[in-house]
Design a protein around this ligand. Structure first.
Ligand code: CAA
Length: 258
């Protein structure tokens, strides 16, 4: 087992950041392993939904690795930021939906990792925050950009400027997480949601993810044109014929992902 574990369970790919002794902090080694695993998942059509979590019961990920950052030069700091950004963008542009299963602290780069995922399910013990300001730096893995896009500028600015940590209930209230469940129900809840998504037609699932994630980066006219393109692509699929026929015949659809 390395610093990132990867296992497959039927249609699910499960990634576990495995440095519990450092609260799963994102060292360069973790980032490289994560990148390799994501490249593998991208090519693996049998994986329909991806889950990312942290090892142990204390932390999802407590941030970028502070011990490693201590000695970094200006240039190394810049490249460490670009590396994390590149990998988190890979998560966003992965064809499969990705669910962050937040089992504890999601701080700094950990909160940023969760935000790069498509869905976030948190245990009642989860805590979120962007404490970088306390270290004399700013978030470097997309946090200053994804946090305001997810929860609005008002609260995002407050969290970024104060470094305050928030609990799972507050994160849910702010729209930072989809749902909060007791710690012992966390993985079962995430797998149930993942399996529900995996049972749909994957052409439409992947088109939905791309439309939302790419569309959010464009102006509304360009984004709607992109949506229409993907809508048209769906009409070329067997799944579209099956889905509509099933509706008309009042029976459940049997999707083949083609
Ligand atoms: N990097 C490296 N090591 C970390 C770490 C991190 N981000 N977070 C925790 N650890 C290590 C601790 O150093 C400690 O190691 P030792 O046992 O060898 O001393 C071990 O994990 C356990 O942590 P604590 O003893 O601190 O545990 P605690 O329960 O007292 O506190 C905590 C938990 C509040 C999460 C605290 O560990 C903490 O504040 N961690 C740092 C959080 C942080 O500032 N994250 C942002 C990092 S910067 C960043 O992420 C930049 C970016 O956007 C790219």
């Amino acid at each position: 087992m390395g610093v990132v574990n990867y296992e497959k369970e039927e249609n699910l790919g499960i990634i576990t950041i495995n440095r519990p002794q450092a609260l799963n902090a994102l060292s360069t080694e973790v980032l490289y392993e994560l990148r390799t695993i994501l490249q593998q998942i991208k090519e693996d059509s049998r994986v329909k939904v991806v889950i990312i979590t942290g090892m142990g019961d204390k932390a999802f990920v407590a941030g970028a690795d502070i011990a490693e950052m201590v000695a970094k030069t200006v240039d190394e700091g810049y490249r460490y930021s670009r590396l994390g950004q590149e990998i988190f963008s890979m998560i966003e542009s992965l064809p499969q939906p990705v669910i962050a299963v937040v089992n504890g602290y999601a701080l700094g780069g950990g909160c940023e990792l969760a935000m790069a995922c498509d869905l976030r399910i948190a245990s009642e013990k989860a805590r979120f925050g962007q404490p970088e300001i306390n270290l004399g730096i700013i978030p470097g893995y997309g946090g200053t950009q994804r946090l305001p896009r997810l929860i609005g500028k008002t609260k995002a600015m407050e969290l970024l400027l104060t470094a305050d940590m928030i609990g799972a209930a507050e994160a849910e209230r702010l729209g930072l997480v989809n749902t909060v469940v007791p710690a012992d129900k966390l993985m079962d809840t995430a797998k149930a949601m993942a399996n529900k998504i995996a049972a749909k037609g994957q052409i439409a699932i992947r088109a939905t993810k791309a439309a939302v994630n790419k569309g959010l980066q464009a102006d509304i006219d360009t984004a709607c044109a992109y949506e229409a393109g993907l809508f048209g692509v769906c009409f070329a699929s067997e799944d579209r014929k099956e889905g509509m026929a099933a509706f008309m015949e009042k029976r459940p659809a049997k999707f083949q992902d083609r």
